[in-house]
Write a protein that binds this ligand. Structure first.
Ligand code: GLN
Length: 447
């Protein structure tokens, strides 16, 4: 009950959890005790964890941060949830998030923003803000998240914890409410790289119910944690170190890189010439996929249905008008526009071509280095309300994370000291496909 009691005490101020599953957690903890007594414990047996509210959990509310799913109790578990249950982890509840994972600050949640434990007047980052807050405030030792354009790495940076998004296809998307399917990937939050490694090891694995799930042998992501960093070549993309990065973030990132050199790594300048096109490409591709994915919320089968309506079309319209928030509607509109006849070639097809160029840039860079490093976010956590009226400012805050999703690469953010006002700064490490072990190794040696 230690963590449940901590949640009871801290959640009113932090709003990290949308649902606390006290009964389920106690039952699972009991079952874990029996497993341990019987000598059948696994690495996560009895370890409490929190799930982002985007993962379907059987019998427990799954809202995705939306009024649309405000009453939705899933009849099944997401694959990731099943794997973690099988590993003996104890689910504490479901964490706050931007509605349908669309956002960078958690302010788009129907349930109000989660708050940054370092300064509760500030955002915790998003969209997986609640999970990051839960780990940062020690309301849960580990938590799941999802990362479509930075939603694990950016809130990890803002709250001073470690977060990893694996290579696209490593974790099954089955039962993860879809935002932009070609970019969505589950990820892990922990207070350390070692905790993330243990969580990711249990979350990863082939699942035939997700057609993009990769069939690969199981991997122990903790295997290489202690390997020395001697000779590790860290690439520094010159585009990531230009103007745009706040001075305090730059100072913390530079200090972290100096520390890596002390640990035996070398740094080399690399270039990602098309990285600046990542945001425009993303804000065509992600809304396009979202507009298609979110068409399922029609008020017929599950989710919110308007109380009063005329004919069927009117029911769809009213249910969707009432169920979705402003940012979700904006993205559906952009998505249907870029996919519509006459505009498809001009926007969607162009964005797909940019996506390929961005992926090729990374491959060229990895000819000269083993991992790429830079800031996770151009600034530390901003004040609640500061950017919420300006979507473009909000979108620009993901400048360093989005290219990684477009390329499908693994990325990690680990704490790299503090900026002005004692707010955490994150360092992002990007690896080639399936280099999760190497990213975790570097972060672990650093810590
Ligand atoms: N902030 C980005 C967006 O709003 C990324 C979100 C995410 O990774 N889920 O789409």
């Amino acid at each position: 009950t230690l963590f449940l009691d901590r949640i009871d005490a801290a959640n009113p101020a932090l709003n990290a959890f949308i649902t606390v599953d006290r009964e389920g957690a106690l039952a699972a903890a009991h079952a874990a005790d029996e497993r341990i007594a019987a000598g059948r414990a696994g690495p996560l047996t009895g370890i409490p964890l929190a799930h982002k509210d985007v993962f379907c959990t059987e019998g427990v509310l799954t809202t995705c941060g939306s009024k649309m799913l405000g009453n939705f109790v899933s009849p099944y578990d997401a694959h990731v949830v099943t794997l973690l249950k099988n590993a003996g982890a104890v689910g504490l509840g479901k964490t706050n998030m931007d509605e349908f994972a669309m956002g960078s600050s958690n302010e788009n949640s129907h349930f109000g923003p989660a708050r940054n434990p370092w300064d509760t007047a500030r955002i915790p980052g998003g969209s997986s803000g609640g999970s990051a807050v839960a780990v940062a405030a020690r309301l849960a030792p580990i938590a799941t998240g999802t990362d479509t354009g930075g939603s694990v790495r950016q809130p990890a940076a803002m709250t001073g914890v470690t977060g990893i998004k694996p290579t696209y296809g490593v974790c099954s998307r089955y039962g993860m409410v879809a935002y932009a399917s070609s970019l969505d990937q589950a990820g892990a939050f922990g207070a350390s790289a070692a905790d993330c490694a243990a969580l990711l090891t249990a979350m990863a694995g082939f699942d035939e119910r997700d057609s993009t799930s990769l069939e690969r042998p199981a991997e122990d992501y903790a295997r290489d944690l202690d390997k020395p960093l001697t000779g590790l070549r860290i690439g520094l993309p010159k585009e990531f170190f230009g103007p745009g990065m706040a001075d305090d973030v730059r100072a913390a990132v530079d200090a972290a890189l100096a520390e890596y050199r002390k640990l035996g790594a070398t740094t080399v300048e690399v270039s990602l010439p098309n990285a600046k096109l990542a945001i425009p490409a993303y804000y065509v591709i992600a809304p396009a996929e979202a507009s298609s994915n979110l068409s399922r919320f029609d008020g017929v089968r599950y989710g919110h249905r308007a109380a009063e309506y005329g004919d069927l079309a009117d029911m769809y319209q009213k249910s969707r008008a009432q169920g979705f928030g402003a940012e979700v509607k904006r993205r559906i509109l952009v998505g249907t526009y870029v996919l519509s006849h006459g505009y498809y070639d001009a926007y969607y097809l162009k964005a797909q071509k940019l996506r390929r160029l961005i992926a090729q840039d990374f491959q060229a860079a990895f000819q000269h280095c083993d991992v790429i490093a830079g800031p996770t976010s151009p600034t530390t956590a901003w004040a609640i309300g500061e950017k919420s009226e300006d979507p473009v400012q909000m979108y620009l805050s993901d400048i360093y994370t989005i290219a990684v999703n477009l390329a499908g690469l693994p990325g990690l953010s680990h704490p790299a000291g503090f900026g002005a006002g004692d707010l955490p700064v994150g360092l992002q490490l990007i690896g080639d496909y399936f280099a999760e072990g190497r990213l975790l190794n570097a972060a672990h040696r650093f810590q």
